[in-house]
Design a protein around this ligand. Structure first.
Ligand code: AMP
Length: 402
């Protein structure tokens, strides 16, 4: 059975085609710069050279069309026709209060996704267009929506409410939603396998540290708290995002910097975080290099980032009543021994000990704590596409297409 996974961003469409029974990735790729000059598709068929197709892509619909064209073409194709794809798993950023698990898309689901647009104005519209394009081009395939927010729907009220008037929640859905749920859920599941315990018996904090970064406190396989909030701006310091700040700063920055509200929000989203502090880059490789060369503000940015993660880890432990395992994942979590070391050093008081040599290994599934460490520390490469494909396959088994 072939499952296509689509991740439609504001100007990109990432895709991966899986053969589920054989656990193979038949092709993967990316349509980029959609709606801009220089748009193109980078296509990677299994076992063959990468192929780059420059192509005018005015919108996401055209991008999905072009992706299907390449995947079924005589030269770079991996399937004969789109009819071979039995199901499409769509990554959807925001499911609001409506979705606590993946769903088969129907008209009602599309209506609810449209209602969530005000909560994710940049992300949900391309997600919806991607779904509609696939419905049109693959009418017989099951379309499944897999949400970034759904995993966090198990948080208790005490964790997801903000201390603002309750009516703001009742009437306007102001609450913590949390994001990166697909990744947190995936690595938590893998961690239980690595530790040889049942997920139901595990208390784990998963650290998704990439350009966007968030932590999730998981007990019994359920998210009980997370650091991102109403939007992905909250929580940890990130590449370009400020994370948690005093909300009064927004008005103050607006007045002092002579900026409108949306300008301030742009600064907090795009010019803050590690980029704002270092003044160098949001890419940790650049900042780590500058810090090694003695650049004070780069060192400060790395120190602030890792401090924000250590503090957040400690603050999440009450949510799950203790800690058995800590998992690092995503670009920085998988690849930066320096950041992992900095974070864990500040947690030595609770008996966390890293094996310095194992910690040097990058991008591999591995345990990096010493045998005496009170908490097992793991590095697990995330694989959101595989998780989405698995969810989609599960929905197919439950809802066979006749
Ligand atoms: P992601 O959003 O998961 O793709 O992660 C992107 C982040 O991972 C960027 O800030 C990269 O600098 C960082 N990253 C990737 N490789 C490395 C590496 N070898 N060392 C440090 N940071 C890395």
């Amino acid at each position: 059975m072939k499952v296509l996974v689509l991740n439609c961003g504001s100007s990109t469409v990432k895709y991966k085609l899986f053969n589920m029974e054989e656990e193979r990735v038949l092709a993967s790729g990316l349509a980029e710069r959609i709606g801009s000059p220089g748009s193109r598709i980078i296509h990677r068929p299994e076992g063959r050279e990468e192929y780059i197709l420059p192509k005018g892509l005015p919108g996401h619909h055209e991008a999905v069309e072009a992706i299907l064209y390449i995947m079924t073409g005589p030269e770079y194709g991996v399937i004969k026709n789109a009819g071979e794809i039995e199901a499409v798993g769509h990554r959807v950023v925001h499911g609001g209060n409506y979705f606590s698990r993946s769903v088969v898309v129907n008209d009602k689901v599309l209506e609810l996704l449209a209602e969530c647009i005000s909560l994710a104005p940049l992300h949900n519209p391309p997600n919806i267009i991607g779904i509609q394009a696939c419905q049109k081009m693959m009418p017989d395939a099951l379309q499944v929506a897999v949400f970034d927010t759904a995993f966090h729907q198990t948080m208790p009220e005490s964790a997801f409410l903000y201390a603002v008037p309750y009516e703001m929640y009742e009437h306007h859905l102001v609450r913590k939603y949390g994001f990166h749920g697909i990744s947190h859920q995936y690595v938590a599941g893998v961690s239980a396998g690595m530790l040889g315990v049942r997920l139901e018996d595990l208390r784990v904090i998963t650290c998704h540290l990439g350009n966007g970064a968030s932590l999730c406190a998981i007990r019994g396989g359920k998210s009980l708290d997370t650091t991102m909030g109403f939007t992905p701006l909250a929580g940890l310091i990130m590449g370009t995002r400020c994370g948690d700040i005093d909300p009064a700063i927004i008005q103050y920055m607006s007045e002092k910097g002579n900026m409108g509200l949306s300008e301030v929000m742009e600064v907090l989203n795009k010019k803050s975080g590690v980029l704002g502090i270092s003044g160098i880059s949001s890419d940790f490789r650049d900042v780590e290099k500058a810090s090694q060369n003695g650049h004070h503000r780069s060192e400060l940015a790395l120190d602030m980032f890792s401090y924000s993660v250590s503090k957040a880890i400690a603050s999440l432990i009450p949510a799950i009543g203790g800690l058995d395992a800590l998992v690092f994942t995503a670009g920085i979590g998988e690849n930066s021994p320096d950041i992992r070391r900095r974070i864990c050093r500040r947690l030595e008081y609770m008996g966390i000990r890293l094996d310095e040599e194992k910690n040097l290994i990058r991008g591999e599934k591995i345990g990096i704590s010493t045998p005496g460490s009170t908490v097992r520390v793991l590095v697990i490469p995330t694989d959101e596409e595989r998780m989405i494909a698995g969810e989609t396959w599960g929905m197919c088994t439950a809802n066979p297409v006749s």
